[in-house]
Write a protein that binds this ligand. Structure first.
Ligand SMILES: N=C(N)NCCCC(=O)O
Ligand SMILES: [Zn+2]
Ligand SMILES: [Zn+2]
Length: 315
């Protein structure tokens, strides 16, 4: 490495509440164009079926990330020193034309990834997982998807619309983007449309760790189940913040009671260390329903743990 990575602004010298918010007060991509890992935003919510507002997610999560510190004791790692991480800003996509927006996210993500960069995307609603998976598939072939969500998001259509936040993984499966037999939903709960929903999701290649399993299964066993499922394949992690209980993440569009605690989610993420995580998204943060940044802070910590488990770069 020619020079050590540039980290966040030092909070012991510049108050952490001062200045514009980049994620974790990291440098911008425009200042460090050779960054290895990027956090960027997709302010888009034209695919939602209930409460709107996830278009404001990226700005809220950045604002809620000001208190993150450089050393992660849980994994004994410094995520901003192990690789150069930068904030790539937001992509501006058409709020009135969903198909055009989905295509624009794909084009922008493709350009940002280049041949090697790892991309962590702040949504935006869950529709954006589809173009992001297309980009990963182009580089790695079918990817093992680790999908944290209250919802399956493998439904077929809403009002006849094929591209929505509840149908992204159905389309991804149909397009051959998922590694069948190596993808897993975590945190599924709540009423479904029919008893066929789970079978259809299994047909697309997903198994499920349900939210209620967390009450009966030790966390280490959950982690082992997930790791065994993903194996040594390229892994894409998609975190719908509504996987958390509404008490831990009120600021979201389709909340369901009985979800994971922040502690459980962060522990499962830490359990991914050593796997080949190639990219990730954190979606469905809708700040209008948040209180005291509870949801924004949870999402910021999710991204911090994701950065902490990324494989180290050879520079
Ligand atoms: N992807 C999220 N957050 N929600 C999907 C819910 C779809 C529905 O309204 O049934
Ligand atoms: Zn959801
Ligand atoms: Zn979702």
């Amino acid at each position: 490495m020619a020079h050590p990575p540039t980290g966040p602004v030092d909070a012991t010298r510049v108050p952490r509440y001062a200045g514009e918010a980049t994620f974790a007060r990291l440098p911008r991509l425009s200042d460090l164009p050779d960054a290895d890992a990027l956090v960027w935003g997709v302010p888009f919510d034209a695919g939602v079926s209930y409460r709107p507002g996830a278009r404001f997610g990226p700005a809220h999560v950045r604002q809620s990330s000001r208190l993150l510190r450089p050393y992660n004791p849980a994994l004994d790692t410094e995520p901003f020193a192990a690789r150069q991480v930068a904030d790539a800003g937001d992509v501006g996509v058409n709020p009135f034309d969903l198909a055009e927006a989905v295509a624009a996210v794909e084009t922008a993500a493709d350009a940002l990834c280049g041949t090697r960069r790892r991309l962590i995307t702040i949504g935006g609603d869950h529709t954006i997982a589809l173009p992001l998976l297309r980009v990963q598939h182009r580089r790695h072939g079918p990817v093992a998807v680790l999908h944290f969500d209250a919802h399956l998001d493998t439904w077929d259509t809403y009002f006849g619309a094929a591209y929505t936040h509840g149908t992204a993984f159905r389309r991804a499966g149909e397009e051959g983007l998922l590694d069948p037999g190596h993808s897993v939903h975590v945190g599924i709960r709540g009423p479904l449309y029919s008893r066929l929903d789970l079978a259809e999701s299994a047909r697309l290649g997903f198994t499920a760790v349900h939210a209620r399993d967390f009450a009966r299964t030790p966390l280490d066993d959950v982690v082992e189940r997930v790791r065994a499922r993903l194996g040594d394949r390229p892994v894409y992690v998609s975190v719908d913040i509504d996987v958390l209980d509404p008490g831990f993440a009120p600021g979201t569009g389709t909340p369901e009671a009985g979800g994971l605690s922040s502690r459980e989610l962060l522990e499962v993420l830490r359990g991914l260390a050593g796997l080949n995580v190639v990219g990730a998204d954190v979606v469905e943060v809708a700040p209008a329903y948040d209180h005291a940044e509870i949801t924004g802070i949870a999402a910021a910590h999710v991204i911090y743990e994701l950065l902490s488990v990324l494989p180290e770069e050879e520079r």
